[in-house]
Design a protein around this ligand. Structure first.
Ligand code: 5GP
Ligand code: ZN
Length: 119
């Protein structure tokens, strides 16, 4: 598994930095955002270090498909109400102009009763 020793999310996945874990399997990891925007706010990440969505290749389609189908299940488990009254927002910041601060591909999942702190 490719990891970057300087990457904060790789350290979280390896357990070297503590996090509130939501889910883990052999290729995906999910944990609560340390600065939540919404009552529910967690991130789903590939365990393999991929810097951003811009680095995805054709061979990553199955991985990202699994990630995107996992997200709604975790959203419900974490307290988002069901669609259509409830739901959630998915955000993938990519690159500096895309607002990305941590350069390990992560999918934000946000939901819960409004108002939210942001968004
Ligand atoms: P970005 O702006 O790159 O899309 O989002 C990075 C997110 O990672 C931010 O929402 C920030 O709150 C979160 N974050 C940064 N450092 C940590 C950390 O050490 N632990 C956790 N759980 N979240 C973090
Ligand atoms: Zn990483």
């Amino acid at each position: 598994m490719a990891t970057d020793p300087n990457c904060i999310f790789c350290k979280i996945i390896e357990g070297k930095i503590p996090s509130k874990k939501v889910y883990e399997d052999d290729e995906l990891f999910a944990f609560h955002d340390i600065a939540p925007w919404a009552p529910v706010h967690f991130m789903v990440v590939p365990k393999r270090h991929i810097a951003s969505m811009a680095q995805l290749e054709a061979g990553d389609a199955a991985l990202m498909g699994r990630l995107m189908t996992l997200a709604p299940k975790l959203a419900l488990e974490q307290g988002c109400r069901p669609y259509p009254e409830g739901g959630f927002r998915v955000v993938v910041n990519t690159g500096t102009e895309g607002g990305q601060e941590v350069h390990h591909l992560h999918v934000h999942v946000m939901g819960g009763p409004r108002p939210w702190l942001k968004g």
